[in-house]
Design a protein around this ligand. Structure first.
Ligand code: SAH
Length: 565
């Protein structure tokens, strides 16, 4: 039950050595270095504040190698919002101080001690309970859940005031703690899965040792069954279902509502069998009805070891290239991926990846094969990402993935949790840099005749030009398609004047990007290559100079006579 790998954020090259020492302790941690200041970090970032806040909001543990004050000021605006609080630490650039700042209940002190040990210094622990008892009672180890935080705080302050305590039930992690234990104590730490009335004198900790096997049912039905069996909801480790129910939406919603993983087993037969199969150390099992059973194990259960998850396949768009233009949902998807598939250039662009993430780079032409491979991996329960540049639905992998699924009758493929995550397409990224050349109706075309007859391309070009749509050409030219662009421009020129504005965007959002504004009359195919986006204006597209040099290009929102005002 591992926590997410921390992000180590550094501002200068001088911190890299300390960052690497910390990374030895957490091999999956990614070192984020300020672009232009740090050479050789795992990932570059442009803006410290944005990066730190984004990591925080994604619930990633943060180890910032800089002054504590900088971190506090940067995250302060987010602290009042409710939500998960990941551990946040400031570490001195030279590794001489480790200061846990936030995430007391997320295990920040544990992290601080580990880092301090790795750097051979003492952690600046300031939490009273932690200092006195050597453990944070309100943050039990994974596999256990705290009953109630507010009453827990009162309990700990009573303990700090000098009271002694009894421990009821198995709490192996407290063996090493320095608790003032006394069998007659008024205060008790109670560990168990049986539903209990909370009392002011008790700190309730629930082992997550219960599995509900269910093939049909809602969160309410599961709650009712647990209540009936006198089992605390907090002890629920996961739901387990039959593989045939993988695409069952109500089960998925139930798991989400109960905040537990939903796992699947291939074992056929009644749910009680399912429940038995998961609990080798079964204490009790209770059959509720034909579609629900409860199993209670002797100790905490790791859901990751029970059955398997529903596989996931996300087809993502990286945007044109710049990290700022990648949508946050895509970044989060890349972080959770086990496997990443795609054309090598794009896979590299999506990285760097952790050592546990597998990259499957293929040639640009093997799209259907790549799509099928993605389903094979996802059907095994893995989390798979297929990368495209720009938007995955624009002349890219999303359609290939859906085609592969449509052709397949394999239920395991159809059961995969498939999602398409959009990106900023090259035409939109290019248009934005030029102004708003696509500000009115426009037509998007690929000039590649690899997968469609040239005749249909000519027909569409002719009609779109006739209809006075602004045009966006993807795949305008390549070594194997040298004459097509010239022919396309001839067709457009039959319906547009030579002074029609044209925008050429090359490697937009990537290093060495160029943007050029020209006219249809001046445009020749040798100004264009396969990394270029060609935008051709309509009859209303205008150009005017920009103060800083160059031009703005836009197509007004109106057509015909300009409206008053
Ligand atoms: N899915 C991608 C398009 C893939 S087709 C998207 O939505 O952007 C590949 C074509 O897109 C290239 O031949 C080029 O015409 C255009 N293209 C992709 N990325 C580009 C970029 N960064 N700058 C300019 N054109 C780009």
């Amino acid at each position: 039950m591992g926590r997410t790998a921390p992000a180590i954020v550094i501002l200068g090259h001088g911190s890299l050595a300390t960052a690497r020492r910390i990374q030895q302790r957490y091999p999956h941690a990614v070192i984020h270095g300020l672009a232009g200041r740090v050479d050789g970090a795992d990932r570059d970032y442009q803006e410290f504040g944005t990066t730190l806040r984004e990591l925080y909001q994604q619930d990633t543990p943060i180890i910032a190698l800089c002054a504590a004050g900088i971190v506090i000021r940067t995250l302060a605006p987010l602290l009042l919002e409710k939500g998960a609080e990941p551990p946040v630490l400031a570490v001195a650039e030279d590794g001489s101080a480790v200061v846990p700042l936030l995430g007391g209940l997320g295990g920040v002190n544990v992290l601080a001690r580990e880092i301090a040990a790795a750097l051979d210094v003492a952690a600046a622990i300031t939490t009273s309970g932690e200092l006195r008892f050597g453990t944070c009672l309100l943050n039990p180890p994974s596999g256990y859940a705290l009953g109630d935080l507010e009453s827990g705080k009162r309990f700990v302050s009573d303990l700090l005031a000098g009271e002694s305590v009894r421990i009821e039930g198995p709490a192996p992690w407290l063996d090493a703690a320095q608790l003032p234990q006394d069998r007659q104590a008024r205060l008790a730490i109670h560990v168990g899965h049986v539903e209990r009335q909370p009392s002011a004198n008790e700190l309730l900790i629930y082992p997550r040792n219960v599995v509900v096997a269910v093939t049909a049912g809602t969160a309410d039905a599961i709650r009712a069954a647990l209540r009936e069996a006198n089992i605390a909801l907090q002890s629920l480790a996961c739901l387990l279902s039959d593989e045939r129910e993988m695409a069952n939406l109500s089960l998925r919603e139930a798991a989400l509502e109960l905040g537990v993983p939903l796992r699947f087993s291939a074992r056929p037969g009644i749910v009680l069998e399912l429940a038995r199969s998961v609990a080798p150390s079964l204490l009790t099992s209770i059959e509720i009805n034909d579609s629900m059973a409860i199993a209670v194990a002797a100790g905490p259960l790791d859901p990751l070891l029970i059955g398997r998850p529903r596989g996931r396949l996300a087809v993502i768009g990286l945007g044109p290239g710049a990290a700022e233009l990648m949508v946050p949902a895509v970044k989060a998807e890349l972080a959770r991926a086990n496997d990443v598939l795609g054309y090598e250039t794009y896979v590299r662009m999506a990285g760097p990846f952790r050592p546990d993430q597998v990259m499957h780079c293929t040639d640009n032409r093997e799209e259907m094969q790549r799509a099928r491979h993605a389903f094979e991996l996802a059907a095994q329960g893995r989390s798979v990402v297929v990368v495209s540049s720009g938007d995955p639905g624009v002349f890219a992998m999303a359609a290939a993935v859906l085609e592969a699924l449509h052709e397949s009758s394999d239920a395991n493929w159809h059961n995969v949790d498939l999602e398409i995550l959009p990106g900023v397409s090259a035409s939109l990224a290019t248009a934005a840099q030029a102004g708003a050349p696509l500000g009115h109706d426009f037509c998007v075309m690929s000039l590649s005749d690899n997968l469609k007859p040239w005749a249909i391309i000519e027909k569409r070009l002719d009609l779109a030009s006739q209809a006075d749509l602004a045009l966006a050409f993807y795949n305008p030219i390549s070594r194997s398609r040298p004459w097509q662009l010239g022919r396309a421009l001839e067709i457009v020129a039959q319906h547009r004047t030579a002074d029609t504005p044209v925008v050429l965007g090359r490697d937009i959002g990537r290093p060495g990007q160029t943007l050029r504004v020209t006219t249809l009359g001046q445009l020749t195919p040798d100004q264009v290559d396969m990394r270029t986006m060609v935008l051709i204006g309509s009859s209303t597209t205008c150009v005017f100079p920009r103060a800083e040099g160059g031009e703005w290009v836009y197509t007004p929102r109106w057509y015909g006579d300009k409206p008053a005002g």
